[in-house]
Ligand binder design. Structure first.
Ligand code: ATP
Length: 978
């Protein structure tokens, strides 16, 4: 059975669309080269350009059909929309068609708004692809070079390596690779594909010498000729058939949806309960029903969910601009609750710009500055190290460690030309992060020499001899000790140390086929130590992370002392630092690992394997942490999946890691992770802000009805249902959206992380919305209403019905109530901009969107109050200047009251509530946690006297007070003394 027979009919149709001249990828290689008009040397640039015009870009185009009508229709079947539609039907039945039309308008407007916002959110996520252009290595005119994956054409010769994502369908020419084809087959176990396996009668996807676009290469290396690109690839055909999958709802959105439904149920209950009250107050049945419907509409938070989606999408866009590409909307909220970050060292904390600073051979240590200074030992070492590389500076690719070694060889006067090096190479065992070694077999004067470089302890394990001043002698225990001591000394300076060794093979002996055979009986040449500067912004970010209560662990393949020195420079380890090596971790059971991490010390996991990351992520999560974990290699993918937030390096990372991650850093920088946490917190805070804002208006909308009902007919209705709708859907919409883009509140990163279990709507928020801001607003608007009535000569019980003398006064009074609500909501918008801080701390005019939104509200309100055409619809009347003046102070009163409340809250909890405030100071020497009671006390909370005085410049007396305070704060936050 062939591949096409196996696949469904629709696939076959898609297949028929294939270009008639497309060659069969399984035909003999010679024929395939002829049909594709190419050769193992690849195409010329000119030919590539020509083919690009013929075949178009190598990209998938969406052919999912028009889906928007379906998506729009879905908005009308949401429970809240159905509820409101029922309310509209009720309004028709009760004889108030205007209200029914208004509610229907609400439903339609809301659906349109939600639809537009959903699409914008989707587009924000889709647009992220632009931030992560895929690259591919191709051989063109005989030379390998990196190009954008979209530029690939059939006939290109592709180089596929571990960690790459295959970007076109291709037939292997040489080598073998392990590929994960799950994107095409759903089967996640990697399969081996080799140029040698050419006998493939089965389905196309099973052909053992083919690789396909969308596959991830998890091991090996191969060259392959591209047979199909873009929509003609197997992946393209699947994409052509598949529908766009619906975006998954984030936990936050789910929570809010549940709350919105709950509130809707309450609203229905309240509406029903007030129906008899309305009747008792003397209303006719139709008016009572309209009144119940009004209450219902007032309480249903229709606009909440789309506004949240939009705020998250805005967060995604802002983060992308800041260098963190977030692949799921929900990641924005998870980022905000991060409690632990596990970071790589090289490239994330450091710049990944290596330079060899010291070379050690048994002849001594040398700074290896100029050829003249380099002895023959140094030159021999540098040459061996340079031969054991795959980097090519001219082609613009290569591991910085290797680039540094090539540069060293050049510096000491023995440059290594990559093309010659590669031509002389007979075997290559790439750097393996598990064994931490790399070995090559290179031809030299008719014989082969094995060159090995790697982590010193690993090289030492496989070395039996040492090259010492012109002679080869056995590596004695004393000799080993000296090497180990030297490594320790260099590593303690923060240098990355590699050992270099060789083994010449017997004349005419073949290159070893297995790594184990190559890496044995080595002759040690010496050590190279390289410096990799700390990124300048890292220390500040670590301090910020500490202030925000986030623990930073380093998980590195490097030496513990090197990592500790770098960590120390970065300020990691403020509460104490532990170094755990890979071997120690292997012997540690899960309970001990949990106990270690529960101590809240920062841990350096040195010489760790990628699998260790998975264990560490699990242990941290078991401790209740929200874990962000960085990674760049193929083997990091499981840990990136398992962490709450997998962070891949966009520049240096492999495609596989980028795919597994939730966040991709386009600048590989640790500082961006902390910035992303800050954005996450800010977005979450902003969502809470507009929730408070939207909830607040329910009170001044419900209270007028209550007063009316409870007054038993003595007080005329202060607010009409249409007026409620004008607030909910007119004046409140834009300010709510604008609050979603509010700046960060000062102290945002001085708070401890939000516990995972905490709900987005906290009781304190409801208390503030309903019990404080809402009540004040209700009090003010009712005051305005009665004042207007009284000024017009009204007494309780007077008839204000149409045709009576008091009717115009009543209309003006309801207008005052309505405008009062609008005014109070303006005050509320300013009040909710901060949760604790005074508004001046963020700037009264610092959110131009909000000012614009309020401007719109005012214009809308002006139209409703003064445009006669709208008076009938909304039951409003033009106000006199005096009446306007009644409403004028409302925003200031609401806002001012909340400023006072916040000032009181701040006084009650005067200290930053976060983890203890920490300055980026050098870690205290261990002896300091000695016998003096003060340091002991401080150390219990992660502080030492030295650090305290150093950080704050205070004397011992002040320090004592601070410690006492620190203890109180720590106790309040559940930090038990250790
Ligand atoms: N290209 C290489 N060839 C040989 N040995 C290497 C090579 N790169 C690194 N090493 C050795 O392996 C050790 C571990 O390197 P690895 O790349 O796994 O970790 P790292 O990059 O230092 O740490 P991190 O995980 O923080 O990025 C290094 O300390 C070095 O001794």
């Amino acid at each position: 059975m062939t591949a096409s027979e196996e696949r469904p009919g629709a696939v076959r149709e898609a297949e028929e669309e294939q270009r008639p001249d497309a060659p069969d990828p399984r035909e003999p290689l010679g024929l395939l080269f002829r049909d594709l008009r190419t050769s193992p040397n690849g195409l010329s640039e000119r030919e590539v350009q020509r083919r690009q015009t013929v075949h178009g870009p190598n990209a998938l185009t969406r052919r999912g059909g028009r889906r928007w009508p379906h998506e729009l229709a879905q908005q009308f079947t949401q429970p809240l929309a159905i509820l409101l539609s029922l309310a509209a039907v009720l309004a028709v039945v009760s004889g108030t068609p205007a209200l029914a039309v208004a509610i229907a308008a609400v439903v339609v407007l809301n659906a349109l708004l939600a639809f537009a916002q959903e699409r914008q959110a989707e587009r924000a996520v889709e647009a992220l692809a632009d931030f992560l252009p895929e690259r591919a290595t191709v051989v063109r005119a005989g030379r390998p070079r990196e190009v954008a994956a979209t530029e690939l054409v059939p006939g290109d010769v592709l180089v596929v390596e571990e960690g790459d994502r295959v970007s076109a369908d291709a037939r292997l020419l040489s080598g073998g690779v392990q590929v994960d084809l799950s994107a095409l087959t759903g089967e996640s176990v990697p399969v081996f594909r080799s140029a040698e396996d050419t006998d493939n009668p089965g389905p196309l996807l099973d052909a053992r010498d083919l690789v396909f676009s969308g596959a991830a290469c998890t091991g090996g290396q191969a060259r392959a000729v591209v047979t199909a690109t873009g929509m003609h690839t197997e992946l393209g055909r699947i994409a052509a058939l598949s529908q766009r999958t619906r975006r998954e709802e984030s936990p936050l959105e789910q929570q809010v949806r549940r709350v919105a439904r709950l509130i809707a149920v309450i609203a229905v209950g309240v509406g029903l309960a007030f129906l008899p009250m309305g009747l008792a107050a003397g209303l006719p049945l139709s008016a009572a029903v309209a009144f119940a419907v009004g209450l219902l509409v007032a309480n249903v938070p229709e606009g909440l969910l789309p506004t949240i989606t939009l705020a998250l999408a805005a967060g995604v866009r802002d983060l992308a601009r800041r260098g963190a590409v977030v692949k799921r909307l929900s990641a924005v909220e998870t980022l905000g609750s991060t409690t632990a970050v596990c970071t790589d060292k090289t490239g994330t904390l450091t710049e990944n710009r290596m330079r060899v600073t010291t070379v050690w051979t048994p002849a001594g240590e040398s700074p290896a500055k100029r050829p003249a200074q380099a002895g023959t030992e140094v030159v021999r070492l540098a040459r061996a190290a340079a031969l054991c590389t795959t980097a090519d500076p001219a082609a613009g690719h290569g591991d910085p460690t290797e680039l540094a070694l090539l540069e060293l060889a050049e510096r000491v006067g023995s440059p290594c030309v990559p093309a010659v090096r590669d031509a002389e190479r007979r075997a290559l065992f790439r750097f393996d992060p598990h064994v931490k070694l790399m070995t090559t077999a290179d031809a030299a004067d008719g014989t082969l020499v094995l060159h090995t470089k790697g982590a010193p302890e690993e090289v030492l394990t496989h070395a039996t001899r040492v090259y010492d001043r012109g002679t080869v002698r056995p590596l004695t225990p004393a000799g080993r000790t000296e090497v180990v001591r030297t490594v320790g000394r260099l590593a303690a300076r923060g240098l990355r140390v590699l050992a270099v060794a060789v083994r010449p093979l017997e004349p005419r002996a073949p290159a070893p086929g297995r790594r184990e055979d190559a890496e044995q009986d080595l002759c040690l040449l010496g050590l190279v130590a390289m410096a990799d500067p700390l990124r300048p912004e890292v220390a500040g970010s670590i301090a910020l992370a500490h202030r925000a209560g986030i623990t930073v662990h380093v998980v590195t393949g490097d030496n513990g002392l090197t990592a500790a020195a770098v960590a120390e420079q970065a300020g990691i380890g403020h509460r104490g630092m532990r170094i755990v090596t890979g071997t120690e971790l292997d012997t540690m059971d899960d309970d001990r690992l949990d106990a270690l991490l529960a101590r809240r010390e920062e841990v350096i996991f040195a010489r760790s394997s990628p699998e260790a990351k998975l264990r560490i992520a699990d242990a941290l999560r078991a401790e209740g942490n929200t874990v962000a974990m960085t990674g760049d290699g193929v083997n990091d993918a499981p840990a990136l999946h398992r962490a709450d937030i997998g962070v891949a390096m966009g520049r240096s990372g492999t495609d596989v890691a980028r795919e597994a991650a939730t966040v991709v850093l386009t600048d590989d920088n640790f500082a961006t992770i902390v910035a992303a946490v800050e954005y996450g917190r800010r977005t979450y805070d902003n969502i809470r802000k507009f929730i408070v804002y939207i909830f607040t208006h329910a009170v001044p909308e419900v209270v007028p009805f209550l007063v009316f009902a409870l007054a038993g007919g003595a007080v005329p209705l202060p607010l009409t249902v249409m007026q409620i709708l004008a607030v909910d859907l007119g004046t409140d919409t834009l300010p709510a959206l604008a609050l979603g883009r509010e700046r960060a509140e000062p102290g945002l990163m001085d708070r401890p992380p939000r516990p995972r279990s905490e709900r987005v709507i906290r009781p304190a928020m409801l208390a503030r919305a309903w019990g404080f801001l809402g009540l004040i607003s209700a009090f003010l608007v009712m005051g305005g209403y009665f004042l207007t009535l009284a000024r017009g000569g009204w007494h309780p019980g007077d008839d204000v019905g149409p045709g009576t003398a008091l009717h115009p006064t009543w209309q003006q009074a309801t207008t005052v109530t309505w405008l009062g609500i609008v005014a109070c909501q303006i005050g509320t918008a300013f009040a909710v901009r901060t949760d604790r801080a005074p508004l001046r701390a963020v700037g009264v005019f610092s959110n131009p969107r909000l000012l614009g939104g309020i401007g719109f509200s005012l214009a809308f309100a002006g139209a409703i109050v003064y445009l006669p055409a709208l008076h009938r619809l909304f039951g409003t009347a033009a106000l006199t200047p005096t009446q306007l003046l009644t409403v004028l102070p409302f925003p200031f009163l609401v806002w001012g009251a909340d400023e006072l409340r916040r000032a009181l809250v701040r006084r009650r909890t005067a200290v930053p509530t976060g983890g203890l405030p920490v300055e980026p100071v050098p870690p205290a020497p261990v002896e300091e946690s000695g016998h003096h009671p003060l340091p002991v006390l401080l150390a219990r909370h992660g502080w030492s006297a030295h650090r305290l005085t150093h950080a704050l410049g205070v004397g011992e007396h002040a320090a004592t007070e601070i410690v006492a305070h620190a203890r109180r704060v720590a106790a309040e936050h559940g930090h038990r003394p250790r």
